[in-house]
Design a binder for this molecule. Structure first.
Ligand SMILES: [Ca+2]
Ligand SMILES: [Ca+2]
Length: 134
């Protein structure tokens, strides 16, 4: 009887551990799939450090070859430039937030469709006259 309770205890402990691990993994993946608009450095808050990060990328001091900083900080969608830093500064100063700075956005998901290389379809002129030999 005592060993029966011990086995049930071990099973319940394993089940709880499994559930907690799954929940934490789910929470981590959800956190990695979203970001805050304007959070250039990706630390979860939008503040003056994000402005500094943008300036650092523009001065080519900070590497952004994976374009994640640009994705998070290009708040007006025209590429990362100093106007993004200015808009974030204005948002921090309390000006109207027309660019949804600080709101959650989703990272683009990689496409699962295989990349196919389509051969170009030869175009035929629909108005081409047939060549008639006499
Ligand atoms: Ca930040
Ligand atoms: Ca921009």
């Amino acid at each position: 009887m005592k060993s029966y309770k011990k086995i049930i205890g071990i099973l319940l402990t394993s089940l709880i551990t499994l559930c907690l691990t799954s929940a934490l993994a789910f929470a981590a993946s959800a956190a990695e799939s979203t970001y805050l608009r304007g959070d250039a450095d990706g630390n979860g808050i939008v503040d003056v450090k994000d402005v500094t990060t943008i300036q650092s990328v523009l001065a080519e001091i900070t590497d952004d070859s994976d374009k994640k900083i640009e994705l998070r900080a290009d708040i007006n969608g025209d590429g990362l430039d100093i106007s993004d830093a200015t808009e974030i500064q204005m948002n921090i100063a309390g000006y109207e937030n027309i660019w949804h700075i600080g709101e959650k956005a989703a990272y683009p998901q990689p496409t699962t469709e295989p990349q196919t290389t389509k051969k170009p379809v030869p175009t035929k002129d629909p108005y081409e006259l047939p060549i008639i030999f006499n």
